[in-house]
Every structure is written in C-alpha cells, then in structure tokens.
Design a protein around this ligand. Structure first.
Ligand code: UD2
Ligand code: MN
Length: 346
C-alpha cells in the first residue's frame, strides 16, 4: 500500500507537468502561426501596391480623375469618342434672309476669334477651315451660321479663316487658299486643312471635317447637280488634306486667274504623288449650294486647259513655295479670322 500511494503521487504530479508542457507548446505554436499570417498579409499587400504603381494604372487614374500633377499643369482631358454622340445626321437647311451677323455671334458665344475646342474631351484632330472670299457676305453669314454648330457636334478643335482678296483684279481662289494655309500655320500647327467654297453648306454632320491618310473630297453631290458626282476626277468645292499631304503636292498652283481649272490642277498634283482621292458615301457627302450667278471679276479662265497640260512640269516650282502676297490686315473677329491680302494680278 505504501509503495502504491507514493507511486500514485509521482504519477499525479507527472500528469500535471505533461499538461503544463502541452499547453505551453500549444501557446507557442499559436503565437508563431499568427506571427506568420500577419507577416504574409503585410508582404502580399506590399506586393499589390508595387504592382499598381508599376503598370502605370495609378498615373492614368490620376489624370482621369482630373487631379492635376502639379499646380501649373492643367488636367489632361480624355480623348473624344471615335463617333461623336452629338451627331444628328441629315438636317433640313434653311436660309433666312433676315439672319444677321449679330444673331450668329450670339448663337456662338463659345467660339473665340473663330476658334473652338470641346470643353469635356480632347479633340481627335485640329482643323483649319479656309474660305476664299470676295463680295459674298450673305453666303458667308449662312455658312458660319450652319458650320459652327456642325463642327462643334463633330467635337473638333477647329478655327475658321476667311481669306479676302483685296481690290477688283481677277479672282484667284487657289492662291487665296495657299495663303490661308501659310497664315493659319503661323497661329497653330493644324494637322488638317479644309479648303471650302463660301456657298456650300453641308447637309449631314456624318460628313466628317477630318483628314484621312489620303486626300479627301467631301462634295460627292449637291442640290444643283442632282446630288451626283459631276465627273470622275472632280475635286472642287470642299477638300480635306493633311498639313503634310498639302506640302507634298506643293499646295495649289498660283497661276489660275478667274473661274475653273485650279481644282483639276490639285487633283493632278495628288495623282503625281501616287496618292488616291477618297470620298465619303454619296448619301452623306451632300451639300446645298446657295444660288448665285458668276461674279464679275471671276470670268471663265480660257487658259485653263493649257495650264493643266503643263502641271507635271511646273508643280515643283509653282505652289506654296512660290506664293507671294502682301498681307493688308488680320482681323480676329468673333466668328473667324479675316485675312485681307493683295495678291497682285494676272
Ligand atoms: C466651282 C467649284 C469651286 C471652284 C470653281 C472654279 C464646286 C461646288 N465648286 O464653283 O470649288 O473649283 O468651280 O473656280 O464645284 N469666290 C468669291 N468671290 C468671287 C468669286 C469666287 O468669294 O467673286 C469664292 C467663293 O468662295 C466661291 C468660290 O470662290 O464659292 C468658287 O467660285 P464660284 O462659287 O463662283 O464657282 P462655282 O460655284 O462654279
Ligand atoms: Mn459656287
């Protein structure tokens, strides 16, 4: 019995000791394990952060949310969508004889000195619209009335230049357009130029006033010709060439005085450069030409066929690089920049 009771006591104490050791090791294991978890959470969150910074997403988000990088840099705008949500398609045009310049200025208070850019997105192209002009004030008013909202619906950065021929010598549309190109580039490095008759009003805003990788002819049809292309190589009325395309052909010829031929000359220049004229679909590239008679001072050019025959020989020397003129004034009016020039005479 004496042996038994002392053996029992030893066993009893050992049991307590084992229990103590067991609970201590469980405690140690729990501490060690939870330490690992905290460590691994820290590592993984650190990796995620590094990843976000590394792929540039952080920077994009920064500019998209409109927070400026520093106080001097305005926030970068998101590109305007490929297809503007503001387009309306075909519209019925009206030409109100009571329309006044004051009314058109009031309608377009978001235009400054003929220039506009969308406020909520970055325009996809910067476009200069060049209009040769003399004594066609009413046509100019109708065109401005329709063209400003039309271009704004296309979400473009644009500026309108009207190039006025001073004096009453024979009119020279092509030379005025060369001058428009040279003068507009002094204001801004436009990437696209639209060469635009004053009396042609576009009927459908899906006819985009942007440049393509080839020269573009925008007037497939107009009211006076039953909305049909006049002839295969026809390149008159409204055309769009990039800054580089126009430079590559050395612009228009300066030698066409009076009516006709200068548009065909430009087509020949384009073809000599192996460029190909593109056109929008006929149901979109439609214009209304405000009715007019032939102006005095713009009589038919009887030499035009002869001139067209020598274009391949002379285009390198006759064009943008030989366009001489005298600028008489540059007036920055609310709806357009008015450039008045002395271009000499034939
Ligand atoms: C056609 C072409 C035009 C041009 C011209 C021949 C079309 C739609 N248009 O126009 O691009 O090739 O033949 O030169 O095919 N202008 C003035 N004041 C004047 C004379 C002309 O502002 O006294 C300007 C104005 O921008 C006018 C443009 O020159 O729209 C063409 O002259 P037009 O309208 O008399 O000639 P048109 O309609 O036959
Ligand atoms: Mn005309």
């Amino acid at each position: 019995m004496g042996f038994c009771s002392s053996a029992f006591k030893i066993l009893w104490r050992t049991k307590y000791f084992v229990l103590l050791v067991l609970s201590l090791s469980v405690l140690a294991w729990i501490t060690a394990f939870s330490g690992e978890t905290v460590k691994s959470v820290l590592v993984s969150s650190a990796t995620t952060q590094t990843h976000v910074k590394g792929d540039g997403q952080g920077d994009k988000l920064h500019s998209r949310t409109g927070v400026p990088d520093d106080l001097n840099t305005p926030p970068r705008k998101v590109d305007c969508p490929k297809v503007s949500p503001l387009l309306q398609g075909a519209v019925k045009l009206s030409f109100d004889s009571c329309l006044t310049l004051k009314a058109v200025v009031t309608e377009n208070e978001n235009v400054t000195e003929g220039e506009y850019e969308p406020s909520d997105c970055a325009a996809r192209q910067s476009v200069a619209i060049l209009i040769p002009h003399r004594n066609r004030e009413r046509h100019l008013l109708y065109l401005l009335h329709h063209l400003h909202p039309f271009l704004q619906r296309q979400q473009l950065h644009y500026a309108i230049y009207v190039i006025q021929q001073a004096g009453d010598a024979t009119f020279n549309r092509a030379k005025l357009l060369n001058i428009g190109y040279l003068e507009a580039l002094k204001d801004y490095n436009f990437e696209c130029f639209i060469f635009h008759d004053v009396d042609l009003v576009p009927e459908n805003d899906h006819n985009l006033y942007v440049c393509e990788d080839q020269p573009k002819h925008l007037v497939v049809g107009r009211n006076a010709t039953g909305y049909k292309l006049r002839y295969k190589g026809y390149f008159g009325g409204v055309t769009a060439l990039t800054r580089e395309q126009f430079l590559q052909v050395n612009g228009f010829s300066n030698t066409y005085w009076g009516w006709g031929g200068e548009d065909d000359d430009l087509r020949i220049r384009v073809e000599l450069q192996k460029m190909k004229i593109v056109r929008p679909p006929a149901d979109i590239a439609r214009y209304t030409m405000v009715f007019h008679k032939r102006d005095s001072g713009n009589e038919i050019n009887k030499d035009r066929m002869k001139l067209l025959g020598r274009t391949p020989q002379v285009w390198r020397k006759d064009g943008l690089n030989s366009c001489s003129y005298r600028t008489l004034s540059i007036d920055r009016l609310p709806l357009y920049v008015n450039v008045t020039v002395d271009i000499g005479k034939p």
